[in-house]
Design a protein around this ligand. Sequence first.
Ligand code: GAF
Length: 408
Amino acid sequence: MASPVPSISELVAKARLVFEQSFGGDGPEVAVCAPGRVNLIGEHTDYNQGFVLPMALPLVTVIVGSMTSGQSVSIITAAKDVEEPRRVNFDLPNDMTPLSPGKPSWANYVKGVVQHYRAPPVPGFRAVIASSVPLGGGLSSSASVEVAMYTFLQQLKPDDGDKVAKAVACQKAEHTHAGVPCGIMDQFVSVLGREAHALLIDCRSLEAIPVPLADPGLVILITNSNVKHSLTGSEYPSRRRQCEEAAAILEKASLRDTTLKDLEDAKAHLDNETYRRARHVVEEIERTTQAAEALKRGAYQEFGNLMVESHNSLRDLFEVSCKELDELVTAAMEVKGVFGSRMTGGGFGGCTVTLLQAGAIDRTIEHIQRQGHSLRMLNLNSTDSNTNSNCNSLSDPVCLNVGGEIYT
Ligand code: GAF
């Protein structure tokens, strides 16, 4: 009933075939990959310097390719549902001239990472991208392309290997070349995520604590509303701006430094919308640390209750949910054995994430489908994750980055 997740080897084989058909010659010398993510709780808190609790997924972006002697890049995407053309060539600037973003938009992630690579100048290369992360599904397809691209460049010309700096460089690529003023969560967990763990990330100090998530009695179900979200519109930047305005009025560096009491005391100075945005963030930061504690104790019902509170707050205060996401959460919560459910990611469409007892998986999927949703679902048993699996489908050298580790 749940969709099978293509393995990393299958994606590498697909990308390799496209490489050989398009470029001929000896085939690719390098293969890398980086995961998408699902955020369990802590939404729209990262750019407010708060906490987030995402986990890396077995859905990944793979890049295969080789260095060339020239000063140009030729990149092809074999990912689903992307804008044409699927092949883009560009020259690498031989001075400090920036690489301008343009059309097709998928190539901007590549250009952005080339621009912000921490060991310039980048050598010429040709490469093929393949991905199992759904585009516009709120599962960080863009961060997984950025981190895979960065990892690919590391294989051609190593940088100093600093993982946090790598995530920050990929975040910059998203800012300058995709035009999304995102926080650090997606790139951070794509680089530093660990198998069978969620990551409690402090988005101010950029420190992270792995929280074990490998109970065979527990399932994480991701349900795609099939409403495509795009964060490049005005909504995401405007939410970020409202949060910054609220912090400025409260005379705080960020909403991380704000308590509920501060907010209530200043309510008269904030317009109602700004107040509600700020209230979501302040309470969500608190919920996220509580949820991480609950997960550590195996208190799944407590965790689930916090997920539902988070969803309601995103729906009513932050206003980034939509009818389809709300319906999916309601349907999931009607099933016995479901602990909690919420929208995940930036919002305005995309996926929900549901925490449930393993024994409840079939009836949960059936129930959601009976509500009239014809949905693509991904059943992620946390013990069944292949986010750190290696792949040997290329002849040497083989380099894979999954969850931040490089295997050669
Ligand atoms: C998107 C952004 F890219 C993240 O940085 C984060 O703000 C998220 O939306 C909302 O929590 O995925």
